[in-house]
Design a protein around this ligand. Structure first.
Ligand code: ATP
Ligand code: MG
Length: 354
């Protein structure tokens, strides 16, 4: 079979971004040829350095070029020298909105041997898929400030929930729940207080759920969900939730499943009208940048999510298995390795599975 070529845009970004992306690309380069996949990668310099040099976050010309790719592989952007919000709104959120990344997919899975602060739990207890809405909610940028600087100042930040936006992400979540062995879906919201949005989410879940009789549906308020993430993680299979709740509960998910160094994510446009973007949940971690201390595992797992999205499920499983083996070896040997040593080891394990 002739290899298929996938055009991949790479944004290494700031801080540890370039270090972890290099390891993700190393693993991709090992796994791709074995699955008749050729990656045609183009690197884009976006983030703090570009902003300092030119004032640009995402020039339209670059956005247009990114659009011509099948996927985007991102390290992290952000730096303490850039005012808060500039790169988040000007680059990350813009990509999400422009490319309609309405699914933010964040698996929360405990790999064997990985330490969890929960203590007495097994990998079977923590295996969920959080489907976070990516383009609406309080992130939509609606609202404003009145009487700024006066004692009567009012800042509002509206949560936008459209029928269209809620339904498409709920449909995606149900489809995932139907594919997974436990067939469970939990809606997380706060419908006793956020009554307008909550009622819409509830109604849409009820309506779409009628098409999936095999999926058991459950509802939790977000506050209760945070508690159960810690006390009864086994309750959760697929979780669907809005943008802000999803942001918060997935950091908690990362913490219970072994830490931010392992948490992967995909910003997905399921229809493939636009490139989807894959990145670790963590940020640029300026405190450890350039020291070879960053764990590249989250980025490598994000590369796996990307392969899955591109239609290479076997290649994705192979990365997950290699990471699982690496984490078990790490638990046994207590190895302390540099960023690139971890990448080398995972790439070697991927190759050995050939
Ligand atoms: P951002 O605003 O970009 O989300 P942040 O300041 O919230 O950034 P992170 O960059 O995610 O947070 O990092 C939080 C802390 O977690 C860092 O100080 C770093 O020590 C640690 N950390 C993050 N990612 C990793 C990693 N891949 N390996 C090891 N430690 C990490
Ligand atoms: Mg953060």
């Amino acid at each position: 079979m002739a290899a298929r070529t996938v055009k991949l845009a790479v944004i290494p970004g700031d801080g540890i971004g370039p270090e972890v992306v290099a390891e993700g690309l190393k693993v991709l380069a090992t796994v791709a040829p074995a699955h008749d996949l050729a990656l045609d990668t183009t690197e884009y310099e976006l983030g703090a350095k570009r902003w300092h040099a030119t004032g640009e976050t995402l020039p339209d010309t670059v956005a247009a070029e990114l659009r011509e790719h099948e996927a985007i592989f991102l390290g992290a952007v952000g730096d303490p020298t850039v005012p808060s919000g500039v790169l988040e709104r000007g680059l990350l959120l813009r990509l999400r909105f422009d490319f309609s990344h309405y699914v933010n997919l964040r698996p929360v899975r405990l790999y064997p041997g990985v330490h969890t602060p929960l203590g007495d739990v097994t990998p079977e207890d923590i295996d969920m898929l959080v489907v976070r809405e990516g383009t609406e909610g309080p992130y939509a940028g609606m609202g404003g400030v009145l009487r700024k600087g006066t004692p009567g100042e009012i800042a509002t930040q509206d949560s936008v929930n459209t029928r269209f936006g809620v339904e498409r992400v709920v449909r995606y979540a149900f489809a995932k729940a139907a594919e997974r062995p436990r067939h469970r879906l939990t809606l997380v919201h706060k419908d006793n207080v956020l009554t307008f949005a909550g009622e819409l989410w509830q109604r849409v879940v009820r309506e779409v759920g009628a098409e999936y009789p095999q999926v058991a549906v459950d509802y939790l308020h977000v506050d209760a969900a945070t508690m159960f993430f810690v006390t009864q993680p086994r309750r959760f299979d697929v979780v669907v939730t809005d943008n802000l709740f999803g942001d918060i509960i997935t950091d908690l998910g990362a913490a219970v499943a072994g830490g931010i160094g392992l948490a992967a994510s995909g910003n997905i446009n399921p229809e493939r009208d636009f490139p989807s973007m894959f990145e670790p949940v963590h940020g640029s971690a300026p405190d450890i940048a350039g020291q070879g201390k960053a764990d590249p595992t989250a980025t490598i797992l994000s590369a796996g999510l990307m392969l899955d999205h591109l239609g290479y499920a076997d290649a994705a499983r192979r990365i997950e298995r290699a990471v699982g083996e690496d984490l078990q070896a790490r638990a046994k040997d207590g190895l302390v390795r540099s960023t690139s040593e971890i990448g080398d080891d995972i790439a070697r394990r991927v190759a050995e599975q050939g």
